[in-house]
Design a protein. Structure first.
Length: 89
């Protein structure tokens, strides 16, 4: 299992600090990132949280998947590595 988690259905009002504080109850959060649109700098509604151990990540999935954050039920899953991109046009 990975130490990096995918967090989906994040409200636009949630900050990276909010996300880090929520997930800190399950262990040491090394990084909490919300992905934003490059043009508008507005949240895309998903992000990633990285823990120091796989056990902490597993506990966070069990404890926070479906948890309501800022009025929305977030999804918490193991992050999958990005697919290779084909940059040919």
């Amino acid at each position: 299992m990975s130490k990096k988690l995918f967090i989906g259905n994040i409200s636009w009002g949630v900050t990276e600090d909010d996300l880090g504080k929520l997930f800190a109850q399950f262990g040491t959060v090394e990084e909490a990132v919300i992905i934003t649109d490059r043009a508008t700098n507005r949240s895309k509604g998903f992000g990633f949280v990285t823990y120091s151990t796989e056990e902490e990540a597993a506990a966070a999935i069990a404890g926070l998947d479906g948890h309501e954050l800022d009025g929305r039920a977030i999804t918490v899953n193991e992050a999958r590595p990005p697919k290779p991109r084909n940059d040919r046009y």
